[in-house]
Design a protein around this ligand. Sequence first.
Ligand SMILES: Cc1ncc(COP(=O)(O)O)c(C=O)c1O
Length: 496
Amino acid sequence: MKGKSFKDFVEFVYSIRGFEDFFDFMDGITSDKDKENLPKRVEIVKKLLSGENHHMIAEDLGVGVATVTKGSKLVAKDYFKVLKEPEMPKPKPEASKSGYFGKYGGRYVPEMLQGELEKLARTYDSLKNSRAFLAELEDLQKHYNNRPTPLTYAKNLSEHVGGARIYLKNEGMNHTGAHKINHCLGQALVAKKMGKKRLIAETGAGQHGVATATVAAKLGFACTIYMGQVDIDRQRPNVVLMELLGAEVIPIKYGSKTLKDAVSGAIRDWLATSDDTHYVIGSCLGPDPYPRMNRDFQSVISREIRHQLGSSPDAIVACVGGGSNALGAFHGFLNDKNVRLVGVEAGGKSNKSGQHAARFPGAELGIMEGYKSYFLQDKDGNSAATHSVAAGLDYIGIGPELAELADTGRVEFVRASDKQALAAVELLAKKEGIIPALESAHAVSEGIKLAKDMKQDKKIVINISGRGDKDLFTLAKHFARDDFKKFLNQELKTYE
Ligand SMILES: Cc1ncc(COP(=O)(O)O)c(C=O)c1O
């Protein structure tokens, strides 16, 4: 056995589980003949574990399919025996052909867009198993987007809390600072395959707009972002970034001049331009195929968690706006009934209507923005007012897959208040040197509570959906009010 290949193999095995199983593993899988061909065997096992097809692996490595099949027996018989775990489970629920999860989902859009959504669904269904497409996406994720994002054992925080071992899946390390780019990149690649030349999106706080403008610049699309005038006025820094990235930001000056009016603006544009324009939806919601397509693009998070942890955790906690980071973190574990899945909603200032954005309990079945789900509504069935300190959680609806998972009880929903989220930002910053986005801080707050009640040999993963840089102005109001005000005043003078 040559030194380098042996080292590769050790690193590989070590990264999967832990050194104590290495010798068992080696004995289990290697005959003398196998040892002669170890580097190739390692490659086969790696590819099998990442879910590649037997025929493709055989073709890639120039070996017979029988050799690969033997490799897969080794993986199943010995590797999984050691880990006591099946391959990545086939997650449930899956959208039905018509795009429903239970009674939620569907495609409630004007007739003129039905054909376009059908085309999008057909294209996506053909691409999602295409090796070339997945390889292109993976390459961008790795070399542009900075994946895999780290899974970090939060030693200081775990010791401070004194319960389960807390791990942080740090999606804030993605390019642009949050998980949103995972599905923006995926959608942009699908749009490219469909021959589209332009991307449009709506944005509330600006984060989705920035992620869309970013992938548009990278992949050579023209880009238009719709944003309510009220949101533009309070999120000006993100408007500057979007324009810097080459996007045109169109203000919506009617209605409440916020997110829902921006959605209407974008849909009106799409009705007229869908021939060459793709509408980038920013969470696991909207009409089919968006909820399942974005879920698939986000589920890289749970695949990485499983691989990085080397086993299933006992619980995963994620914040829930529309549902994309939560579904991304949960999806690969849905069938793993021993893993508790906890979604944390925006508890805002209080449980009074208009002061929070938590759908459970309280939201009602409705059809809005192209899909059927739970929405916070007033007594006339219109969108209710909502509030959260975290702009990304300040939303009336929830994606259809999470609505179904709430009904079945597979995902538990709890809420964290603005105050709890702010306290969690401070605690994570001081204990771990990580400043989470205010959205993610909701998950941190609840994760800590759960960890406290769990035994020390248990593991809990908190999904840190984004980093807190974008929240500087809000954080400064709470943590550095007077000093920051002085700074802003000084800064203002430089404009005169
Ligand atoms: C950092 C961050 N986390 C979470 C969310 C909530 O969205 P979702 O529920 O789709 O993950 C947002 C939305 O903008 C966000 O910016």
